[in-house]
Design a protein around this ligand. Sequence first.
Ligand code: MG
Length: 300
Amino acid sequence: MSDIVICDQRFRAMALPNAPLEMLGQGYRWLEGPVWFADHDCLYVSDIPNDRILRWSEDGGVSVFRRPSGFANGHARDRQGRLIGCSHRGRCITRTELDGTVTVLVSHYRGKRLNSPNDVVCKSDGTLWFSDPLYGINTDYEGGKQQAELPPTLYRLDPATGDLAIAADDFEGPNGLAFSPDERLLYVAESGRQFDADPRQYIRRFHVDGDNRLTGGAQFHKVLPGFADGLRADEQGNIWSSAADGIHCIGPDGELLGKVITPWPVSNLAFGGRNRSRLFICASHALMAIYVNVRGCVRP
Ligand code: MG
């Protein structure tokens, strides 16, 4: 299949030569923040410049789930199954309760406004880890120009107590993030300063200790062409990253294993479907999908 590029023999068992790259919808502006809701049998995904969250299902196609969305970006589910979201415009992390009301979980750190939370993951202990770069307040296109009050930072929020802690503060543009299946490793995309001619862009890998402290953080892999934005781990511990030419699968050793080539640059991805083995792809203005022969890590 021409959409699949095998760079390492390990990828042969992960790709399905007879599974086509499917177009689920297009005509959006810039898709981000996909999250699979198996109990709803649907995908939620942000269309950031259009200030809305879309919903896709096999039978219903694409519909608008929420508009305005506060220029929503990344999404995750918490341990109770609730939708956790990043809001550029609101400069906050939200939780959609089971009755549909939206609660702001955090919007400030020590009295100063967050920048524009970009992506979020939930650890099995219920803590929410999110990146807070400046991308959403750098332009009107993705949220609205506003002044930064804090440096780009990776945070850890305990929703049970409201405690917000800095997980790592040596980023120029923290972006997508994913835990390894055993949660002992945290991968975070550094996508650099938005308007730099040669921004710092690579995936970093941290070790997570029993007290949720991070150590390490060295470069794990540099995605080329393009750069890593959204990331997901599969159940074998491989990392699937967005790239300018599609999706790249990277082994736990940092080696590029293979690619799914798309017609447009990819911002983010999510495993979903009945067995978590369908890869949903935010390809610029289009929503695409392809079945693969590996399952996504249980946590989004
Ligand atoms: Mg992102």
